[in-house]
Ligand binder design. Structure first.
Ligand SMILES: *[C@@H]1O[C@H](CO)[C@@H](O)[C@H](O)[C@H]1NC(C)=O
Ligand SMILES: *[C@@H]1O[C@H](CO)[C@@H](O)[C@H](O)[C@H]1NC(C)=O
Ligand SMILES: *[C@@H]1O[C@H](CO)[C@@H](O)[C@H](O)[C@H]1NC(C)=O
Ligand SMILES: *[C@@H]1O[C@H](CO)[C@@H](O)[C@H](O)[C@H]1NC(C)=O
Ligand SMILES: *[C@@H]1O[C@H](CO)[C@@H](O)[C@H](O)[C@H]1NC(C)=O
Length: 465
């Protein structure tokens, strides 16, 4: 009954069957073994549903399209004020007070201005009078460089003040607006609704822990711990034995990448490998040289390996130096293209439209490059999300102001219907595999309709008999 198919061979067949770019294959001179591609469906008479759809059970894993959310654990977040305070301390330390004292004595006028500006940067508005006072005194006498020394050291206290302001002043509404892609829709609910790709951003907190979060550095907001969410996932998977779920660990924030990567991997092992060493997570056979083999959804259900783990940049930190990587951790980069890689700078619906249009117009080159660089065609994704840069955030917090409202939700409403249909149209014939469609605020979207349409198309394309 085991009948795993080589990814590479099947890719090549599919290009011919589906998008008829035979010329491309002739140019790059790849021979095709047509017999190897025939899939025997006659063995399968028992009808089951796989992810709620009996038609897709006998498709290989990579021939199926999954519905996803972006930043799936981004709800109930709290802005990380410690990081803000730490950055303030760092700035205070990087201009050591002793050193400034020496410079001050040597070059009084300039130093006074520089130090005054630094001081202003660290401090809230209502302390600025102290720096102006300092500046005027500083310029009149060497002796007062010593006074600067005292003020300089006090700046550390104003970092504490900043932390305080931050903790008490970041309004709930700002958090919801900027960070919470899934406000009111916790992972449990997402799973019940049919989301089958969870995008999980993580942040290192101190030396001991990693939690779910959204954003990086100064703009990061922290959410739930890994255990609570993995427990919800496990419960859902046990209650629903015919469901296949992807977990993607893409962005992370933290200085110790090997620590973050190993922390996540250990937690996954703890929750999804049982006492007999039995893994609920799929171990795809083969290597990253393109020789990967993937089972069908039906086979995954039969062997009960129904969670597929994806690591982004963290993948490399699990090996080869450390060689701690488990077989059930798969590399995003060698398998699929996150559309975010070419839409990252987009802030409006129009910009997003331009990026996707350009990408699909270039599909032949993209496919040819993949074959050259990876030995197989990578899967595409339609992640209908825009990035939000938060340059003014730190400044706003210092001044107790709201950073202005550019809400994720408003943007999502502009791109979750018409634009999503449009991306479906321009991708469906250009790329053989559309692995996932992910949105912010999926309840206000036609996500499931679009995924259903893609899977109906997948069945037409790939079910040869
Ligand atoms: C004073 O310090 C500034 C900045 O460190 C430097 O650019 C300038 O040349 C110095 N002036 C003198 C007279 O040393
Ligand atoms: C983190 O670890 C470093 C050394 O490994 C130590 O110096 C530092 O105090 C630790 N920080 C915390 C917050 O535990
Ligand atoms: C682990 O899972 C397998 C397969 O479901 C089961 O046969 C085995 O009894 C489980 N072992 C433990 C210790 O729960
Ligand atoms: C290996 O992993 C450990 C955590 O398990 C980490 O502390 C260490 O830095 C890693 N080493 C390398 C070379 O990546
Ligand atoms: C996206 O842009 C294309 C032109 O590149 C345009 O034809 C199309 O109508 C736009 N789609 C939407 C939904 O705005």
């Amino acid at each position: 009954m085991k009948r795993f198919k080589t990814f590479k061979t099947f890719d090549i067949i599919n290009i011919i069957n589906i998008i008829s770019i035979i010329n491309l294959l002739v140019i790059i001179n790849i021979s095709v073994d047509a017999a190897a591609a025939a899939v025997d469906y006659n063995n399968y008479n028992n009808i089951i549903e796989c992810n709620g759809d009996s038609d897709i059970c006998d498709l290989y894993f990579y021939q199926v399209t999954f519905a996803g959310t972006h930043n799936s654990a981004a709800y109930n977040l709290k802005y990380d004020c410690n990081i803000l305070a730490e950055s303030c301390f760092l700035k205070a330390n990087s201009n050591s007070c002793n050193q400034q004292y020496e410079t001050c004595k040597q070059n009084r006028t300039t130093s006074c201005d520089i130090q005054t500006n630094l001081f202003k940067n660290w401090n809230p508005n209502y302390l600025h009078w102290t720096s102006d006072l300092f500046n005027s005194i500083c310029k009149t006498s060497d002796v007062l460089c010593a006074a600067w020394y005292t003020i300089c050291q006090k700046a550390r206290n104003s970092c504490e003040l900043l932390r305080d302001v931050c903790e008490n002043e970041v309004p709930d509404q700002v958090l919801k607006c900027l960070w919470e892609n899934n406000d009111g829709y916790p992972i449990k609910r997402q799973l019940e609704d049919g989301i089958r790709f969870l995008d999980l951003d993580t942040c290192q907190v101190g030396n001991e822990s990693v939690v779910f979060c959204h954003g990086m550095g100064l703009s990061r907001a922290l959410g739930a711990d890994l255990d609570s969410i993995f427990l919800d996932i496990k419960e859902f998977m046990e209650d629903n034995p015919n469901e296949i779920l992807n977990l993607g660990f893409g962005d992370y924030d933290g200085l110790d990448a090997p620590f973050v990567a190993n922390f996540i991997q250990n937690k996954l092992e703890y929750h999804f490998v049982n006492g007999s060493g039995y893994s609920l997570m799929l171990q795809a056979k083969g290597g990253d040289d393109g020789s990967f083999e993937w089972p069908t959804l039906r086979e995954m259900i039969e062997i009960n390996q129904r969670i597929i783990i994806w690591f982004g940049p963290l993948y490399g930190w699990l090996g080869p130096l450390n060689n701690t990587r488990k077989d059930w951790v798969h590399n995003i980069e060698s398998h699929y293209v996150s559309s975010y890689t070419y839409t990252a700078g987009d802030l409006t619906a129009q910009q997003l439209n331009d990026s996707f249009t350009k990408w699909s117009d270039n599909s032949q080159n993209i496919i040819a490059d993949d074959l050259k660089n990876f030995g197989h065609i990578r899967w595409q994704t339609i992640d209908n999300t825009v990035g939000l840069e938060l340059p003014g955030l730190e400044k706003s917090l210092k001044h107790k102001q709201s950073p202005g409202m550019l809400c994720l939700k408003d943007l999502a409403n502009k791109i979750n219907y018409n634009l999503l249909d449009y991306f479906f149209d321009i991708f469906k014939d250009k790329f053989p595999y559309i692995f996932k469609v992910s949105l912010d605020f999926y309840p206000q979207s036609n996500l499931f309709e679009v995924v259903k349409k893609l899977n109906q198309l997948n069945v037409q394309k790939f079910k040869i008999n």
